[in-house]
Design a protein around this ligand. Structure first.
Ligand code: NAP
Length: 335
């Protein structure tokens, strides 16, 4: 029988709107390795074991099957729509047609409205799902404040129309946020960003918290199954760091659970992915027991290696030098 974790026992965090959401969600990106059938079967199991937050996206290519799972769970009265926090994202080729993208995600996910809708990347540069690492689109352009705000205005209209409850942003930088935040009518509620022990993004994390934007950490386990295009020779495997393994040993658990506990205790919402029941159950359950000590938290804080895994090179524009240009590392927007 599937273990059931009472959703009431899963810690919650308050968004700036006052809404309380679970401190862990389930990712649904199959990483070009897991089929939509495998991912949606995991979502079905996850709902039944107590997950209430799901991180979906149009470009993951599985929203229709996940929607069938949601519909089944509502029909069987496993859960009510209002108990779930369903997130989706507009993909880069739909920045001019945000409402159409939102409508399709709502229909595919069979969910009536989205709890949070993200701008997946802050520019319309498009690459085909599953492309290889050298793929470039000649139409790609550097970030434009005007273009971003145009896309964001369409997100705001969706909130006004009742189709979306919260707006999210993703893969942003401090210089981009500085440029756009004063221009927005409805403040973003959350920002999805890559965070794992060897890539903590402390400055961006602090900036978001100071602006009441909830950080949501993607790839919280260092994404050991990430797509080929995101694997580089110098990458560090977070869960194999001796410090992570030692803390895991002391707790008698897999290092993955230490990364999730650290994420929660630091203040970001981790959204780990797994198709394996034992793993996704333990990823939820670990927040209800045996927290890390202050000393263990401090040890993990020292593991920062600036090891960005999603470099984003497939989104580069013609005159860009390399992937570093996407992340405004010198403190200004690279054009
Ligand atoms: N906004 C964005 O641009 C963006 C970008 C990337 C990802 N995301 C979101 O973030 C989610 C998570 O990222 P991710 O899937 O790349 O990486 P991740 O959650 O860091 O890693 C997932 C992998 O970790 C392993 N794992 C999971 N739980 C485990 C456990 N308890 N014990 C041992 N191993 C475990 C699984 O590998 P095995 O199958 O080998 O067990 C799984 O495939 C995605 O699904 C997606 O929703 C968003």
């Amino acid at each position: 029988m599937t273990t059931w974790i009472n959703p009431k026992d899963v810690p919650k965090i308050k968004l700036h709107t006052g809404e309380e959401i679970p401190c862990v969600g389930m990712g649904t990106f199959g990483s070009d390795r897991f089929s939509p059938e495998q991912v949606s079967a995991a979502v079905a199991g996850a709902i039944r074991c107590g997950y209430r937050m799901f991180d979906c996206a149009a470009c993951y290519g599985n929203e229709d099957l996940i929607g069938a799972v949601f519909a089944g769970a509502f029909q069987e009265e496993v859960v009510e729509r209002k108990e779930l926090f369903i997130m989706s994202k507009v993909w880069n080729d739909m920045h001019e047609r945000v409402e159409e993208s939102c409508d399709k995600s709502i229909v595919d996910l069979q969910c009536d409205y989205l709890d949070m809708f993200f701008i997946h990347w802050p520019f319309p540069n498009y690459h085909a799902p599953g492309c290889d690492g050298d793929a470039r689109n000649p139409d790609s352009k550097p970030f434009s404040v005007e273009q971003f705000v145009n896309t964001y205005r369409q997100m705001e209209a969706l909130v006004e129309a009742g189709k979306v409850r919260h707006i999210g942003i993703s893969n942003m930088t401090i210089p981009k946020l500085e440029a756009v935040l004063p221009l927005l009518k409805i403040a973003p509620s959350a920002c999805e960003m890559e965070i794992h022990p060897c890539f903590q993004q402390q400055a961006l994390f602090d900036y978001l918290v100071a602006h009441h934007i909830q950080p949501i950490g993607f790839m919280p386990l260092g994404s050991p199954q990430r797509p080929e295009r995101d694997i580089f020779e110098d990458d560090v495997a977070d869960l194999q760091m001796p410090e992570m393994q030692a803390i895991a040993k002391a707790h008698g658990v897999h290092p993955a659970l230490i990364a999730i506990k650290w994420a929660y205790q630091r203040g970001q919402i981790p959204i780990p992915f797994s198709i394996h029941e034992k793993e996704y159950i333990s990823n939820l359950k670990c927040l209800t027991e045996n927290p890390l000590t202050e000393e263990e938290m401090q040890i993990i804080a020292t593991l920062e290696k600036n090891n960005r895994l999603v470099k984003g090179q497939v989104f580069l524009w013609e005159d860009a030098k390399d992937w570093h240009d996407l992340w405004d590392e010198a403190g200004f927007i690279v054009k």
